[in-house]
Design a protein around this ligand. Structure first.
Ligand SMILES: [Zn+2]
Length: 283
């Protein structure tokens, strides 16, 4: 990706290396998991947040890594990608007669306090609708490359664009509507709704890539493949196969590798959010 000359976003909050501060609402994590987060990876967000630990059970010891030049470059990169998503989504919202409220992005190390609760880096990158912020520990990029075998800068850009896709869903009222629906149906049906939500975020990430390419020619040889590979590598089937050796389709919350790649491609080929109606058609 050609990003070095790109605009840097004003919406990055750099909390790397700081220890967690701020009150823990309700004295425990139980009260906080009510506000759902949307993460890049599968798994039950409430479980994930509990793993983050509560103040009462675990001392809030953050173990900040010494900051490396690689991390600082990754932080710059993330800022440029975020700025680019701002330009694209401002434009798309304007075209539809709406106003886009830009999300903020928090860089953290170890653990972080969000309006959705306390989360650890094990959660992977996530979006919290309650404070409209994207959260990422840059160490995830090492995992993306090594653990999930999805190297490349455009794979990294896809991760940000996917989380911003959740913010777009929030702005459009989709996230709220789906979360309400999810609370009224069976666990399996709720999971299926979650899959549609995630695939739409993948499609929105593709729409961003299409529009950014059209206006700023950001893509280099191999970039699209990197993003498609990343979308596949975090498919539920791949993740479950890796972690437990078998897959349970009813428990999928993010979609299979094939579905994630397909919807990302739909976005990047069309550049049109109308092509991302994962709720109105077969996925
Ligand atoms: Zn997601």
């Amino acid at each position: 990706m050609r990003w070095q000359l790109g605009r840097r976003s004003d919406n990055v909050e750099d909390r790397r290396g700081t220890s967690i501060s701020g009150p823990v609402v309700g004295g425990g994590i139980g009260a906080l998991v009510l506000s759902l987060i949307v993460a890049l990876l599968g798994g039950d967000p409430s479980v994930i947040l509990q793993q983050g630990g509560s103040r009462t059970n675990n001392p809030p010891v953050n173990s900040p890594r010494p900051r490396s030049a690689t991390d600082d470059q990754a932080a710059e990169f993330v800022s440029v990608v975020l700025a680019d998503t701002e330009d694209v989504w401002n434009q798309i919202f304007r075209e539809n007669g709406r106003n886009y409220v830009e999300p903020r992005l928090v860089l953290f190390t170890g653990r972080v306090e969000s309006a959705c609760g306390l989360a650890s880096s094990a959660t992977g990158p996530f979006y919290c609708p309650a404070d409209e912020k994207v959260y990422i520990d840059l160490s995830f990029y090492r995992d993306l490359k090594n653990k999930y075998q999805a190297p490349g800068d455009f794979a990294q850009a896809y991760v940000i664009a996917h989380e911003v896709g959740h913010h777009v869903q929030n702005e459009l009222g989709i996230l709220n509507k789906v979360n309400r629906l999810r609370s009224q149906v069976s666990k399996t049906q709720a999971n299926q709704l979650s899959v549609r939500l995630e695939l739409q975020a993948d499609c929105f990430a593709g729409v961003w890539a299409n529009r950014a390419q059209r206006s700023r020619q950001i893509l280099e040889q191999g970039d699209i493949e990197e993003a498609i590979n990343a979308a596949s590598s975090v498919g539920d089937d791949r993740l479950q196969q890796r972690s437990q050796g078998y897959v349970v389709p009813d428990s999928f919350t993010h979609g299979t590798a094939a579905q994630r790649a397909t919807w990302f491609k739909r976005g990047i080929q069309s550049g049109n959010i109308d092509q991302c109606d994962t709720f109105g058609q077969n996925i």
